[in-house]
Design a protein around this ligand. Structure first.
Ligand SMILES: [Fe+2]
Ligand SMILES: [Fe+2]
Length: 324
């Protein structure tokens, strides 16, 4: 069985995006993958038109059931109120501020108001919207979650040997990890100590490891080798610092990564697939015990690299494919 893995499509309605996405799916078709996995950020701002665009193109390529498609959400799918309020690029914020401080100050104020409107319920509504759009891809999955978690985690059986575990990793951390002045500023903005501002650009992640453990202990899952899907990366600290500064890294990472990996170590995990940082690469974690695959360069990088996994005889072989 061959699995194609991509991530972070960030769909918009432009013809440039649609062409690029069709070219990517054509590349996957050419390599005869049996199943496509997309690990989050399917949309850029969770707009209805973005959902429609990505689903229409997936269906053009016959991805219209859970038999050949598995998706999980990313932060861009679940914080529409915040991402829809961004009209500037965070990476160039400093330069843009120097050029036009009045405009950027006004826009930052708008973003803060969007943060203020955030409640855990808005997150749950966005999660429910995501699952409703892709309901057909979860039809054959077992749910180990609750209504509050949109049914996540889900488990799908691929064949006698392998199952896919779908994890929702985008919930804001319920733990205060910040020093007091920052927590007080946060409280002044949101009147909520456990809020989205624990995750300044809504990019931090947190996983409910209790639900993950429940899924792993189910008799139908126990004896399978697992392909685990999450949106957030699992880079060891020094690996992450190759790409971003320590401060930026603190806004992008999985807050309870160590706790999550402790559960992974005791499971039958064969491989972990994710996105979030926009490159495609394979790397090892837990001192070489596991391989993790990032597939987020497929649309966002010039060479359009995506991952192909060959599951055979209880073994997973991986390869990178260049789209162009
Ligand atoms: Fe992304
Ligand atoms: Fe992301």
């Amino acid at each position: 069985m061959r699995i194609a893995h991509i991530s972070d499509i960030h769909a918009d309605t432009s013809t440039a995006f649609q062409k690029r996405f069709r070219d990517l799916l054509q590349s996957i078709r050419t390599h005869r993958a049996d199943h496509l996995v997309i690990t989050g950020d399917l949309t850029d701002k969770a707009l209805p038109d973005e959902y429609d665009t990505v689903i229409r193109i997936l269906k053009e390529f016959d991805y219209s059931s859970g038999e050949n498609l598995t998706v999980i959400p990313g932060n861009h799918d679940l914080y529409p109120a915040v991402y829809q309020s961004f009209t500037f690029r965070l990476s160039t914020l400093r330069e843009e501020f120097r050029e036009d401080p009045v405009r950027i100050t006004k826009e930052l104020y708008r973003v803060l108001r969007a943060y203020r409107k955030f409640t855990p319920q808005t997150y749950r509504d966005a999660l429910r919207t995501f699952v409703a759009h892709f309901k057909w891809s979860f039809d054959d999955a077992m749910s180990f979650g609750t209504e509050k978690t949109g049914g996540f985690p889900y488990v799908k059986h691929l064949n006698d040997d392998f199952a896919i575990v779908c994890i929702e990793s985008n919930y804001v951390s319920p733990h205060i990890k910040n020093f007091l002045p920052y927590a007080l500023v946060k409280y002044a903005i949101t009147k909520d100590m456990f809020s989205v501002t624990d995750s300044p650009i809504c990019s931090n992640g947190w996983i409910d490891t209790g639900l993950f453990e429940q899924a792993l202990s189910h008799p139908a899952v126990k004896n399978k080798q697992l392909i685990v899907l999450l949106h957030h990366y699992l880079y060891p600290e020094e690996h992450g610092l190759r790409y971003m500064s320590k401060d930026f890294e603190r806004t992008m990472s999985l807050v309870n990564k160590d706790e999550f990996l402790r559960v992974v170590r005791e499971s039958n995990t064969a491989m972990l697939l994710h996105g979030h940082w926009h490159i495609t690469e394979a790397y090892s974690i837990c001192n070489g015990t596991f391989t993790a695959l990032n597939g987020a360069g497929a649309i966002r990088e010039d060479n359009g690299k995506w991952n192909i996994l060959d599951l055979s005889a209880n073994k997973v072989n991986i390869d990178e494919v260049h789209m162009s």
